[in-house]
Design a protein around this ligand. Structure first.
Ligand code: ATP
Length: 358
């Protein structure tokens, strides 16, 4: 794990970018640092690979101060990804990915083979290997940036707004790729972003900074949504935080009824045991679409509520591999969520232990 111990960074002109930051970054997990512009995110990240040194306090890695490790060794153990990939424009994709293996003196054939493997791992066609960065889309460049950072198999990945320069659709694809890679590779990742939705979607731990580099709160996304430490965090995570926190609650605890006509105003229509639509909502007698379904074994309360809201009958239909499992009404979903929250509040003290650092 990497630990910030009361770290302060003041630039020579007197600007304090990071102020008394204490934060534990667990190994093999994604920690996202998020906050408004100028709150010290980049400064924090750059102290980890010693591009910058703290003015006060220290950072340790597995108990050893970073300052005790030679900078060159440290940088080889830490991949670095920046916005837009930061690729060398006059080197091919393959040579870009092989940058660090090249610096480490790997034999050419081994570096090439590793680069081709990584090209595939980030979902790019091998035909792109000979292109130059300018001949790639923004999303493709970003994938190459991730592949380059992974080339020497670093223990730690530092990522500075890696997905901010692409449109929302490409960003969603990159998020999926990134989470998939992380499931396979389990790196210790510190990512920074100004986008709280991205932080919540990707972080195992999210640390919210306020301007002046003061930690407002660190915790799991669910902690931040359900128990914001103060008005700043509450404002930052957004007004719909109650709804979004449903994404972290499994739907499996929902009581289902298997008697749709008793709960629905219309009638659920089946083909064999697969629900296909609702009857009774259209004047021409036709079927209305289901609107949405959820699988109680794999989906969340949010998916269940979405399914209910999208249904013409205002009833969420639960399926497993397309087969009918039951139905549940939105009021029951909300009551189940309220019960869960009440039980959690009893189990945990109101101050989230260890998560709030003033
Ligand atoms: N070299 C420097 N000299 C003086 N002040 C600096 C320097 N670099 C950054 N700062 C200041 O330190 C503060 C934090 O900057 P930093 O770049 O770490 O913030 P950030 O959260 O990454 O911002 P953004 O989201 O806008 O990139 C800002 O007030 C910035 O102006």
């Amino acid at each position: 794990m990497i630990e910030f111990e009361s770290v302060t960074k003041t630039y020579p002109d007197g600007t304090t970018a990071v102020s008394d930051l204490s934060l534990v970054v667990p190994s093999d997990r994604i920690t996202v640092i998020v906050g408004p512009s100028g709150c010290g995110k980049t400064t924090t990240l750059r102290m980890v690979n010693r591009m910058l040194e703290p003015t006060e306090g220290r950072i340790t890695w597995d108990g050893e101060p970073l300052s005790a490790r030679p900078v060159t060794t440290l940088r080889r153990q830490m991949g670095y990804v920046i916005q837009s990939g930061g690729l060398f424009p006059h080197r091919t994709v393959l040579d870009n990915i092989g940058t660090v293996p090249g610096l480490l003196g790997w034999p050419k054939a081994k570096a090439r083979q590793r680069s081709m493997e990584l090209l595939e791992a980030v979902g790019l066609d091998s035909a792109l290997a000979r292109r130059f960065p300018g001949q790639l889309s923004g999303g493709q460049q970003q994938r190459v940036g991730v592949a380059r950072a992974l080339a020497a198999d670093p223990l730690v990945m530092l990522m500075d707004e890696p997905f901010s320069a692409v449109d929302p659709v490409v960003r969603a694809e990159l998020h999926e790729l990134f989470l998939d890679l992380q499931r396979r590779l389990s790196k210790t990742i510190i990512m920074i972003t100004h986008d709280i939705d991205e932080a919540i979607a990707l972080g195992d731990q999210v640390a919210i900074l306020r301007v002046g580099g003061v930690l407002a709160q660190a915790g799991t996304p669910q902690d931040l949504l359900e128990q914001p430490a103060d008005a700043f965090v509450e404002g930052f995570v957004g007004k719909d935080r109650g709804y979004r926190s449903l994404s972290f609650l499994p739907a499996e605890r929902l009581p289902l009824t298997d008697d749709p006509p008793a709960t629905a105003k219309g009638r659920l229509v089946f083909e064999d045991d697969r629900p296909t639509g609702w009857a009774g909502f259209r004047e021409d007698g036709g079927l209305s679409p289901l609107g949405g379904t959820f699988d109680p074994a794999t989906d969340t309360m949010r998916a269940a509520l979405d399914a209910a809201l999208a249904s013409p009958a205002s009833v969420a239909v639960a399926v497993s591999e397309g087969r009918f499992v039951g139905v549940v009404e939105p009021a029951v979903i909300l009551a189940t969520v309220a019960d869960h929250r009440a039980a959690e509040a009893v189990r945990e003290p109101p101050e989230p232990a260890g998560a709030v650092q003033e």
